[in-house]
Design a protein around this ligand. Structure first.
Ligand SMILES: NC(=O)CCC(=O)C(=O)O
Length: 264
């Protein structure tokens, strides 16, 4: 299976509309790949909080339209990263979109763990509540977004739902880059799954982005890693490695479920 992670640069000197056109062209250039992955909130930037409201779209908004078309023109599965979605009631969500090679929406996922503690996304956006998996021809994709990477129980939930390949769009900052790579590898090792983690490059809202998108195999080995700038990271991997690893080293079968927790 061939995947291309499009590590898009999100800088303020480019308009959202121009970036959308540029990214659509980049997706079209990936014809021949099985799966193309975009980062989190690449229209606005994950830290450009004021843009969440001004650039919010209904689910089937301009980014949806452009990405559905690009997926069908390239004939690829497209995890189109996430957009600031405004639902009909006015609530904002950080929503990921997945399109099939015919341009149909295969799934959407509202980010469950919002980043920012008492500001930013955590107060401006609503929280998703549903785990999402998508059956591709050769693997089952489990979807998570950026800060979700810090919450292993979400990934265990995805494994229980059949996930073999986690796709994690992100807007991860340079100052915590060490955590990004470590957490991507940890989620791969503990779940014996592939991790395809696609971040942004550039600087927006004064926050330099880490780049360094990474693809990790079920043994925790890094198969490919991008540099800091805009880059297309293409990797070939064999999804059957997941079943092989889980058979040979069946640690997931040793899980003890329902442990009592000490009272706090
Ligand atoms: N956009 C995000 O979710 C940022 C997450 C982050 O910076 C961190 O977990 O550290």
């Amino acid at each position: 299976m061939r995947a291309s992670l499009l590590q898009v640069a999100v800088n303020e000197d480019e308009s959202v509309e121009s970036r959308r056109r540029r990214v659509a062209a980049l997706v079209r250039d990936q014809a021949g790949a099985d799966l193309v992955v975009l980062p989190e909130l690449w229209t606005t930037g994950a830290f450009a909080y004021e843009g969440f409201g001004t650039e919010a779209e209904p689910l089937e908004g301009p980014t949806y339209e452009a990405m559905a078309k690009a997926a069908s023109e390239a004939g690829v599965w497209l995890h189109a990263g996430s957009v600031p979605e405004r639902d009909p009631g006015g609530t904002l969500y950080n929503t990921s979109l997945v399109f099939s090679p015919s341009g149909e929406l295969a799934a959407s996922y509202r980010k469950i763990h919002r980043f920012g503690f008492d500001k930013g996304e955590a107060v401006l956006m609503g929280a998703g509540e549903k785990l999402v998996t998508v059956r591709l021809p050769d693997t089952v994709m489990g979807v998570a977004t950026c800060y979700d990477l810090r919450f292993p129980e979400l990934f265990r939930g995805l494994v229980d739902a059949g996930a073999e390949t986690f796709v994690v769009p992100a807007g991860w900052p340079e100052r915590r880059r060490a955590h990004w790579t470590l957490l991507a590898r940890a989620r791969a090792v503990e779940n014996q799954a592939f991790v395809l983690a696609c971040g942004t490059a550039g600087t927006h809202a004064g926050v330099p982005q880490a780049g360094h998108s990474v693809v990790v195999d079920p043994w925790g080995e890094v198969l490919a890693e991008a540099g800091p700038g805009e880059e297309v990271l293409t990797v070939d991997f064999d999804p059957a490695t997941v079943a092989g690893t889980r058979d040979r080293f069946p640690a997931l079968k040793d899980r003890v479920l329902g442990l009592d927790r000490p009272r706090r």
